[in-house]
Design a protein around this ligand. Structure first.
Ligand SMILES: Cc1ncc(COP(=O)(O)O)c(C=O)c1O
Length: 410
């Protein structure tokens, strides 16, 4: 595993003085400018983070997780997912998650293939009875809502929207049987606090897309019926699976819909996933490496103090980024309300005088990866993910690196 310092070696053949880089900036045409400036700015090694992965997913996988996988390459990898070697890892992961989230009696950890995107459709087929209410405040929440809106077997959902950078609130509405929202909108860096809706119909479910929130943001399981996520964010593993923490009410809802005459795509059948998960299996073949690396991560979390420890770490790291932006003359937190700022995905607007794409590209050329904003947001912005695996000291170094780059560009 190379450190950030190691990765930067060889990217630049010779260091350039800041005078040289200013010359390049002034002389080059805009189209040539970005790649040449990017290549010209070399961040001093003592400012670089030890690990340069700040992506919003896939995110940093720790060396220990990969070593654990390498340690079982012959006894686990390439073996049947229906046998006990693999099923015991699935079981380890399910019970690790149950204790990590302090799941109340009767809640179950369900999993299947297809990532969180598959779970949007699974919810449409097997959890929403007729009419859902959605909060949408970014790309991911909007996609979940639009899939349900198009489902011909469901009633028209209510969709409550706010502009990117803000988040709306649920309102109790007769006839709504599922309230659905992202916990953390990865595209904008806005987080809400999942909370049951006062005055909602009895039996209505709270369904939370926790893809980027789970493991890094505080949550009270009493406040949700389904909290679904994927392994490639806080759990520092690979994508492709979905996990859903389901309350007894949600499990009962899935069984009831399954027993009705409604057609359910077999691959997206939640009851099939529940039945398989109870046996520590998935309906079809899962990625074994993902399961093991995620189980390692959950055990690491639990050994260090569980969700509280993770949240303290992400708060510390995101606080470093937001404090830096508040103090900067060229940067501002994109989310103006501090209460809505995500503790795991920090979005920072950059003054228009400086091209944030050049900052991100320069960081990339120096081994600091994936600080680009969400592509469709279209802002002059950096997006920095600080999931629990990211060392707060690396975030401090990242801000020093960014200061260095901005200093060179000004
Ligand atoms: C909030 C949210 N929901 C859903 C998804 C889709 O997840 P997947 O890629 O596992 O399908 C993402 C991916 O980044 C996300 O951030």
């Amino acid at each position: 595993m190379g450190s950030g310092h190691g990765r930067t070696k060889g990217l630049l053949t010779q260091p350039l003085t800041s005078t040289a880089s200013i010359l390049i900036r002034n002389v080059l045409a805009p189209t040539d400018r970005s790649s040449n400036v990017t290549d010209a700015i070399r961040i001093p090694a003592d400012l670089l983070p030890a690990d340069g992965r700040f992506g919003s997913g896939p995110s940093k996988v720790r060396e220990e997780q990969v070593a654990a996988l390498a340690g079982v390459w012959q006894s686990y990898l390439g073996t049947s997912h229906r046998q006990s070697t693999v099923r015991s890892q699935v079981g380890r992961l399910r019970s690790g998650l149950a204790s990590f989230f302090s799941l109340p009696e009767g809640y179950e950890v369900i999993l299947g293939n297809g990532g969180s995107t598959a779970f949007w459709d699974i919810a449409a087929f097997g959890l929403i009875e007729d009419r859902a209410q959605f909060l949408t405040f970014g790309e991911f929440g909007a996609k979940f809502a639009s899939g349900v809106k198009e489902a011909p077997f469901l009633g028209d959902p209510t969709i409550i929207t706010s502009d990117p950078g803000d988040a709306p609130s649920f309102r109790a509405e007769p006839g709504i049987d599922a309230y659905c929202s992202p916990h953390n909108e990865t595209s904008t860096g806005v987080a809400i606090t999942p909370q049951r809706v006062t005055g909602a119909d009895a039996g209505s479910l709270m369904i939370i897309d926790a893809t980027s929130a789970a493991g890094g943001l505080a949550v009270d399981p009493q406040q949700f019926d389904t909290y679904f996520f994927a392994p490639q964010k806080s759990f520092g593993s690979d994508g492709g699976l979905w996990f859903a923490l389901m309350s007894p009410a949600a499990i009962e809802r899935a069984a009831r819909i399954k027993a009705s005459n409604r057609w359910i795509s077999p691959f997206l059948d939640l009851q099939t996933a529940i039945d398989n998960s109870r046996q520590n299996q998935t309906y079809n073949t899962p990625a074994l490496a993902t399961i093991l690396m995620m189980a390692e991560q959950v055990d690491w979390f639990n050994a260090n103090g569980g969700l509280d420890w993770c949240v303290a770490r992400t708060n510390e790291s995101s606080g470093i980024v937001y404090d830096w932006a508040e103090a900067s003359s060229v940067a501002t937190p994109f989310v103006s309300d501090p209460a809505k700022r995500s503790g795991v995905v920090a979005t920072i607007d950059i003054d228009e005088a400086i091209d944030a794409t050049i900052i991100a590209a320069t960081l990339r050329a120096n081994g600091i990866l994936d600080t680009e904003p969400y592509r469709k947001l279209g802002r002059n912005q950096l997006r920095i993910a600080v999931f629990p695996a990211v060392e707060p000291d690396d975030v401090r170094q990242l801000m020093r690196s960014i200061d260095h780059v901005i200093g060179q560009l000004q």
